[in-house]
Write a protein that binds this ligand. Structure first.
Ligand code: ZN
Length: 389
């Protein structure tokens, strides 16, 4: 096969050049990867979203047998809007040993390195397969990973381990918190702001809800274990946006609150959300309706990313430790697709990838050149493992 050969940096430059901000289609990038794999004689499958504007991709290198390893990366990136970038975010730029560009660290580098090393995978005549898995919409709620993992569970012979290449500075991460995001819409009744007895302000009640979340937060913090591997040790709430009201002299009819929390793997992810909804229904709504019967409160779940518990990941931990040279396993508080793969494929999973999460989502995001080399070393040791019986 006359496939194209490029190094990791060149492949990263190509992937960064696709503006795959989550609101955009990722198809141009996916089609590029599909063509590149095809050039090397590797077939891939796409798992599109409902309207066909985005797709996941998976492909197997090596024999179609069980016992392989999945290398998983998301293709989308967070927006650059309003961020003070010094260089063009879509042009990979080397300065002082750092490659700048949106997605360099979170997380196109891991995928780029794996793809660039494809000729080495093929030359090694793998005895155990390596599966590439590329998803869409991770940054807006891990939407793509659910259908990707489900398709792989149905079509890929059961792998031995899943590596999620989110930035960990090539250390091994075996647990993280889960996140649950909701939108709650408060509908009140408009009245002149001097006539507060005639209406009900959606904003005032939304604020009471935010206060409730703060109180639960304090309660959780007070009850949190002193020696936790998570920092912060308790679940954490965040109200991301509040939108409502039309004028200074009108009781607001509508107010929408985007809120959510990050929960420990030891707790059921839905619990805090159910508790909050019970409070809204049994305490706040009656209070609102007493002011005006037209008042309503509606809550919808926007996204749910399961936590990733340390249990059952030993085999992936041992392999990733061997390939990365990192012999401690830790936990992080940001969510990844690890919980989804772990649950859907039922396979030991770890997070281990190049770059530092501190640079993720930042203006002037970068990855150290030395991290690219470290990840190449990881891949080479993995190839060595996969080419043995
Ligand atoms: Zn990421």
């Amino acid at each position: 096969m006359a496939g194209e050969t490029v190094d990791s940096v060149e492949m990263l430059r190509r992937l960064v050049a696709f503006d795959t901000t989550s609101r955009n289609s990722n198809l141009a990038l996916i089609e590029y990867v599909q063509g590149y794999l095809k050039g090397h004689g590797v077939d891939s499958k796409l798992v599109p979203n409902e309207d066909g504007s985005k797709a996941n991709l998976f492909a197997t290198v090596g024999p179609k047998v069980a016992g392989g390893v999945v290398l998983s990366g998301h293709t989308d990136v967070v927006p650059v809007d309003g961020q003070p970038w010094v260089t063009d975010p879509w042009t990979l730029t080397l300065k002082d040993g750092k490659y700048h560009g949106r997605g360099t660290c979170d997380m196109k580098a891991f995928s780029a390195i794996g793809l660039a090393m494809l000729p080495e995978f093929l030359k090694a005549k793998l005895k155990k397969p390596v599966h590439f898995a590329l998803s869409y919409d991770e940054e807006v709620g891990c939407f793509g990973a659910h259908s990707l993992a489900a398709r792989m569970a149905a079509e890929v012979p059961k792998p031995r381990a899943v590596i999620i290449g989110e930035p960990t500075m090539m250390t091994v991460v075996h647990a993280h918190k889960g996140t649950q995001i909701y939108i709650t819409k408060f509908t009140g009744f408009e009245a002149h702001s001097s006539m507060t007895h005639l209406g009900v302000s959606a904003i005032h009640f939304a604020a009471e809800f935010v206060h409730y979340l703060n109180q639960v937060q304090e309660e959780l913090e007070a009850a949190a274990p002193k020696n936790s591997e998570f920092m912060p040790a308790a679940a954490t709430f965040n109200v991301g946006t509040i939108v409502g009201g039309t004028a200074g002299n009108i009781l607001a009819r509508e107010c929408e609150v985007l809120w959510g929390y990050r929960e420990l793997p030891t707790q059921p992810i839905e619990e805090l959300g159910e508790r909050a909804q019970k409070w809204l229904k049994e305490y706040l709504l009656p209070k609102m309706k007493a002011k005006h019967p037209a008042a309503t409160i509606e809550t919808v779940l926007r996204s749910s990313t399961p936590a990733f518990s340390a249990e059952g990941n030993d085999e992936a931990k041992a392999l990733a430790a061997r390939w990365s040279g990192s012999n401690t396993a830790g936990s992080v508080v940001y969510a990844t697709e690890a919980g989804i793969f772990r649950k859907t494929l039922g396979v030991p999973t770890v997070v281990c990838g190049p770059g530092d999460i501190a640079q993720a989502h930042q203006p002037n995001e970068f990855i150290l050149a030395s991290q690219i080399e470290a990840c190449e070393g990881f891949m080479r040791r993995m190839i060595e493992w996969a080419s043995q019986d």
